[in-house]
Design a binder for this molecule. Structure first.
Ligand code: NDP
Length: 248
């Protein structure tokens, strides 16, 4: 798909993979809606994009809150006149053993990683259907393909993302000419570990940096761009992208 002039929503655009992808989308000529809760960061990113000749607006959005998501999508559609691309990327990974019973953190992961992604899909889909084309890219994970001890709930949420993504592709690909892609990264250098409250797991995750060369956010942004820029009749359904030296 030619991205120049296309209108894209990126959730989780305030840091990490989302911010890197938003920059590449804007550099390719897309008009980008930058969505997340940390609006100061979004404003800074939007300024950076505009300074380099791109187009972007900051959209304060909590993906857990359906009204916030609907309002954010409406703001983007009003600003640029439609919607072509959705990068459902917001997520978090506060991992711990199940027996630690951090039920609040389990619920938070389900709310953001699964229900949040469904909220933004629900708000965006009618606009893509109206256009008769579009592309939805969902950030799943290696944890959406395999299960790891300590990551039971996170893996459950990312397996749900993978299943939802494939089901969506089956329903809207042929019927509405909408492509649907699941991105499944391994270890990427982002802020994702910052929210791990279990010190042991946080140290373990940080320690992985000494064992392998983490992917950069740009590496994953490039894979998203690959899927988006494929010819219109090509739906890159899944992209499983790992550090070369990731041994699991
Ligand atoms: P970051 O922590 O850097 O980014 C997470 C993004 O999600 C932030 O922009 C954050 O914005 C946003 N977010 C979190 N909660 C909400 C919410 N309630 N509403 C709106 N936005 C929210 O980590 P990553 O870039 O790594 O994470 C992006 C995605 O990549 C996630 O889905 C993650 O699970 C996935 N992933 C990451 C891997 C890695 O190794 N880093 C590997 C595989 C998948 P804000 O706080 O401002 O709202």
């Amino acid at each position: 798909m030619e991205l120049n002039g296309k209108i894209a929503l990126v959730t989780g655009a305030s840091s990490g993979i989302g911010a890197a992808t938003a920059l590449k989308l804007a550099a390719a000529g897309a008009k980008v809606g930058l969505a997340a809760r940390r609006v100061v960061r979004l404003d800074k990113l939007a300024d950076q994009i505009r300074t380099t000749g791109g187009e972007a607006i900051a959209i304060e959005m909590d993906v857990v809150d359906r009204a916030s998501v609907e309002a954010g999508v409406a703001k983007l559609v009003q600003a640029y006149g439609g919607l072509d691309i959705v990068f459902n990327n917001a997520g978090l990974m506060p991992i711990s053993d199940v027996e630690a019973l951090k039920v609040g953190e389990w619920h938070r992961m389900v709310d953001v990683n699964v229900k949040g992604l469904m909220n933004s899909t629900a708000a965006a889909l009618p606009h893509l259907i109206e256009r008769g084309s579009g592309h939805i890219v969902n950030t799943s994970s290696i944890a959406g393909r395999k299960v790891f001890a300590g990551l039971a709930v996170y893996c459950a949420t990312k397996h749900a993302v993978s299943a939802f993504t494939e089901g969506l592709r089956l329903e809207v690909g042929k019927k509405h000419n909408i492509r649907v892609t699941s991105i499944q990264p391994g270890a990427v250098d982002t802020e994702l570990f910052n929210h791990i409250s279990d010190e042991g797991y946080r140290d373990q995750m940080e320690g992985l940096r000494d064992q392998m060369s983490f992917l950069s956010c740009d590496n994953i942004a490039d894979t998203v761009m690959f899927a988006l820029q494929a010819p219109a009749h090509v739906n890159v359904a899944e992209l499983f992208v790992l550090p070369t030296d990731q041994p699991w």
